[in-house]
Design a protein. Structure first.
Lengths: 422, 152
């Protein structure tokens, strides 16, 4: 099939979990990568090697192991900066996940004084298709400051409705935060267009790249300045890295303007009982011992993705997604929620199967070794927009094969017969 | 604890009785009169139930509900309705206890058919930790609503 990774079988061998079997000796068909991706051997080995041979705290141990550990940790920051095309490595802040990164921005904005301060009369704009982690922190910001939350709607086709962009993003707007790729609908949003409008009115733009980072090439430095977000977050475990590590990239001036997030070790310049001064970025936002081995693992993960190439991964995802959309369309009573054009969307496809609840769909698929997600996918407003309470979601990644999509489609037809629908 | 299962386990989970109650739920819809109404949600999956109870003279006269959710949660509400309506509150609470014991038994509890009737079909659900909360959603809502009615 044209567009698949040329050495797909070799790539699959990099992921040891794909060789395991499930109850009844069934092979694993893992179609839940938008939830969390599987890990290649190189990530597992790098983390084990760090713990076995280089373990020490970072930036505060004056011994050889401390130097090695610090070098590995800071090396991972360089890898992240390269992965994002960040203008400066100092703009890369490690967090525990994307949620913490978004909360970092929303909380420090709530505490900010001066031009970044958010207060009554100000507005924060998000979208109806956000993950809860890009909704709740902004609701909290608005509750704490008296600002008003507004949002872009979603069209019937699952696209962001930008028809009211000029009335939504105004002189009152302080922040616009949106997902690059929807975790539920798969929609790829016009980040550049929205950033351009937001910047015209002096608002900052925050982008949730949790679903974009695994599958779209990102090059911040290459973006026109007016279209470049001011902050961008993603999580390690969806980019074949470990859990417990996330990233906030922020434009230097913005990060310098924002007050500290958590107080503690490492984030200070000096501490006196009367008061403290703070470290420069990125350490200002990294209080306490960071997730060291997780950062090192993330470095290995992004290096791995870089070797395969994000362009090739993106093409693979689009090919598998197109094949999946075609297969799903052949299942009677199945409705896809979101865009039907594979070139305009990511690799997560949510759908409804008439007459069978998503939990039951997932349960029957699981009995055949096919792992999907069922529920609201932490996007309840996006589900409400389409009048549904939950959906079933399949999501592919660089190791997904067309044969696995066939297994899903067969499983869905079996599900229909099991529940005697149609 | 594994959730993986063979086809046989799948049939144990989806007993015919459960699928029948799912397709034709008993007592569904919100009705008057009622002394208490509660709304319970399963936050991890989004299943929801709004449930009313009508007690009179120490007897459960009606349990009416409106719900969205999977086959297990829908069938469970239907069986709840069958088992507790018309029973003295004390006896209904004892049925609730027996159902709870079955669902929390991780598949090791042999249910009392005299007490649970169609409810014994849920024995297979107890082996699936992720689905136990589906089966318990309406039962927990009923207990909550009944307690509120008694307070009121």
């Amino acid at each position: 099939m044209e567009g698949l990774l040329p050495e797909l079988e070799v790539v699959r061998k990099d992921f040891p979990i794909l060789e395991r079997t499930l109850a009844g000796g069934l092979p694993l068909v893992y179609l839940d990568s938008a939830n969390t991706s599987q890990k290649p051997q190189i990530v597992i080995d790098t983390m084990v090697d760090h713990l076995e041979h280089h373990n020490a705290n970072v930036a505060r141990a004056m011994h050889q192991l401390g130097a090695e550990s610090s070098e590995a940790f800071e090396g991972a920051r360089d890898v992240v900066a390269g992965f994002l095309g960040a203008p400066s490595r100092d703009e890369v802040v490690f967090t525990k996940n994307a949620s913490e990164a978004l909360n970092l921005v929303a909380n420090t904005l709530a505490w900010a004084t001066g031009p970044r301060a958010v207060g009554e009369g100000d507005e924060v704009v998000i979208t109806e298709m956000e993950h809860h982690s890009n909704i709740v922190p902004w609701q909290l910001l608005c509750e704490r400051t008296g600002a008003t939350l507004r949002w872009f709607g979603v069209t019937d086709e699952g696209l962001l409705d930008t028809s009211d962009i000029d009335s939504l993003i105004t002189e009152r707007t302080k922040v616009v935060s949106l997902t690059w790729v929807s975790n539920m609908l798969g929609t790829i949003n016009p980040v550049g267009e929205i950033a351009r409008r937001a910047h015209e009115v002096g608002a900052i733009v925050v982008v949730d790249a949790s679903q974009a980072a695994p599958q779209l090439p990102i090059d911040l430095a290459a973006m026109p300045v007016g279209e470049r977000p001011d902050a961008l977050v993603f999580t390690g475990h969806k980019t074949v890295g470990p859990t417990g590590i996330g990233v906030l990239w922020g434009r230097r001036e913005l990060l310098e303007e924002l007050p500290p997030f958590l107080g503690g070790g490492e984030m200070i310049e000096t501490v006196r009982m009367e008061g403290s001064t703070y470290a420069g970025i990125p350490h200002k936002f990294e209080a306490g011992t960071p997730p060291i081995v997780e950062a090192v693992g993330l470095g290995a993960a992004l290096t791995y993705l870089g070797h395969i190439g994000l362009d090739a991964i993106h093409r693979h995802e689009q090919t598998v997604t197109a094949y999946a959309l075609e297969g799903l369309a052949s299942v009677p009573g199945l409705t896809v929620l979101g865009p039907l054009d594979a070139t305009a969307r990511g690799g997560a496809i949510s759908f409804e199967l008439e007459g069978v609840h998503p939990h039951d769909v997932a349960q029957v698929l699981d009995s055949r070794g096919v792992a999907v997600r069922a529920g609201h996918h932490c996007a309840k407003p996006a589900h409400a927009r389409f009048g549904v309470q939950s959906s079933t979601r399949m999501s592919s990644y660089l190791y997904t094969t067309p044969a696995e999509i066939d297994a899903l489609v067969e499983g869905l037809n079996y599900t229909r017969s099991y529940f005697k629908v149609g | 604890m594994t959730q993986n299962l063979s086809g046989q386990d799948l049939d144990a989970l989806y007993q015919e009785i459960i699928l029948d109650h799912y397709k034709n739920p008993h007592g569904k819809g919100l009705r008057e009169p009622h002394e208490a109404e509660v709304h319970h949600v399963n936050p991890t999956c989004g299943d929801e139930v709004t449930l009313r109870v009508h007690l009179d003279d120490g007897v459960v006269r009606d349990v009416s509900y409106d719900s969205v959710g999977c086959s297990i949660s829908q069938a469970s509400a239907s069986v709840l309705h069958d088992l507790v309506v018309g029973k003295p509150v004390e006896e209904a609470m004892a049925i609730h206890e027996e159902f709870l014991r079955l669902m929390q038994g991780k598949g090791t509890v042999v249910p009392d058919e005299e007490v649970l009737e169609d409810g014994i079909a849920f024995a297979g659900v107890a082996k699936f930790p992720a689905r136990v909360k589906c089966a318990l959603l309406s039962w927990m809502a009923w207990k909550d609503a009944t307690a509120r009615s008694l307070e009121g």
